[in-house]
Every structure is written in C-alpha cells, then in structure tokens.
Design a protein. Structure first.
Length: 77
C-alpha cells in the first residue's frame, strides 16, 4: 500500500529527527515532540504496534539522561 509506505517513511523521518535533535543539543522537549508526532502518525496509520516500542525506548532513555526514574523493564517475551 502506497499510503502505508509513505506513513512508514514519515515515521522514520520523525524518529531520526528526534534522535538528531537530542544529539545536536536542541533539547529533550524538541526530541520528544518529534517522537510523539511519530507515534501519533503510527496510531493514525495502524502502525502503532510496531512504532510504540521504538518511541518508548527513546522516551525511557530521555528519562534516564535527565536523571529521572530508571526505564521500565521490557515486557515479558
């Protein structure tokens, strides 16, 4: 499906943008904005199941970098 492929590409761009914002010092809030937008697009496109874990890992890393609580344990396999 072309629509799903386009959504996947946009989601990937948003994830990478968030990563780059964090690495380049744009701040956690800007990175979180990109990741939240990626997750929202994933939900809208029916890709939430695939994308949510990627976003959750990034948000957990943000918490850890900020000195917040440790990341949650990964779900049982």
């Amino acid at each position: 499906m072309k629509g799903e492929e386009e959504a996947r590409e946009q989601i990937q761009k948003l994830l990478v943008t968030g990563d780059n914002r964090l690495k380049q010092g744009a701040g956690a809030a800007k990175a979180r904005e990109s990741w939240d937008a990626a997750l929202a697009l994933a939900v809208e496109s029916g890709l939430e199941e695939t994308v949510r874990p990627l976003v959750e890992v990034r948000l957990a890393d943000l918490e850890r970098l900020a000195g917040g609580s440790p990341p949650p344990a990964p779900p049982a396999a």
